[in-house]
Design a protein around this ligand. Sequence first.
Ligand SMILES: NC(=O)c1ccc[n+]([C@@H]2O[C@H](COP(=O)([O-])OP(=O)(O)OC[C@H]3O[C@@H](n4cnc5c(N)ncnc54)[C@H](OP(=O)(O)O)[C@@H]3O)[C@@H](O)[C@H]2O)c1
Length: 255
Amino acid sequence: MKPSFPFHLNGRTAVVIGATGGIGTGICQALLGGGASVALVARDINRLKHLERSLEAPRRTFSVSADITDTFQLTQARDAIIDHFGSIDLVVISTGIMVGSPFEDAIPADWVSMIDVNLHGLLYAAQTFSSDLISAADAGGPSDLIFIGSLGSHVQYPNFSVFTAVSAAIAQLSRTLRSEYGRRGLRVHNIEPGFTRTDFGRNLNHEAARAHWRHLEETITPLDPADLGRIVALTAAMPTGLNIAEMVVLPTEQD
Ligand SMILES: NC(=O)c1ccc[n+]([C@@H]2O[C@H](COP(=O)([O-])OP(=O)(O)OC[C@H]3O[C@@H](n4cnc5c(N)ncnc54)[C@H](OP(=O)(O)O)[C@@H]3O)[C@@H](O)[C@H]2O)c1
């Protein structure tokens, strides 16, 4: 694959969790385009294998299935990636689900499922790969932990109160980890997309939430996941003394 931006990631080994998602796929394409090797992680191994074939970089891709809410599966995935590539210096967490409804109608079990993936899963994944990222930083090379958060951490969307609250928790976690790890050379970033062309809003199960998503689809041209991928690649390719710490990336029409 030809590099599609004027920076390179040659020699870097990335893990993309949520690789088969719309945004995850854009990230994998851009990291490979920059020259990195990429481990593709999500639950559905068939979708992972399909993605791997479509990326056409067999020596620089490796698929491993894991549920981000399961620390044992994450550890097994981490061990398999180290066996395959030997090291890890870039981890992107792009897994998430979204539920929405008027607060009084919400089903608490739906909140629990979302918090499990979006927050607990992100914590588990960040911790599982932390020693590899610290080792990479200790060795003097670049080392990056990148969260894909959400514009939702900054705005009030009626009917998405818990999703936006979890997004704010991710943003604050990224800030605190940044101050915990920055002096050790590990960069922590939070990239926060707005409305992006993926299947993310397809499974909303309350009419009020679906209506919000339809309104976005009817009034805004969504971001192209490939552009978000390029932003992630650019973030990782910056000189080691520079951290693009937080970035909100919006369709121009979105407020
Ligand atoms: N699209 C948007 O408009 C938008 C806006 C703001 C923020 N975001 C954020 O961007 C991130 C990615 O969203 P997207 O639009 O790319 O979503 P998506 O297309 O629905 O993809 C989600 C990805 O996460 C994986 N996943 C879901 N649950 C998982 C689990 N328990 N364990 C491991 N992997 C799991 C899915 O694969 P499997 O199902 O096979 O596991 C898939 O690869 C999310 O964090 C989301 O909050 C998206």
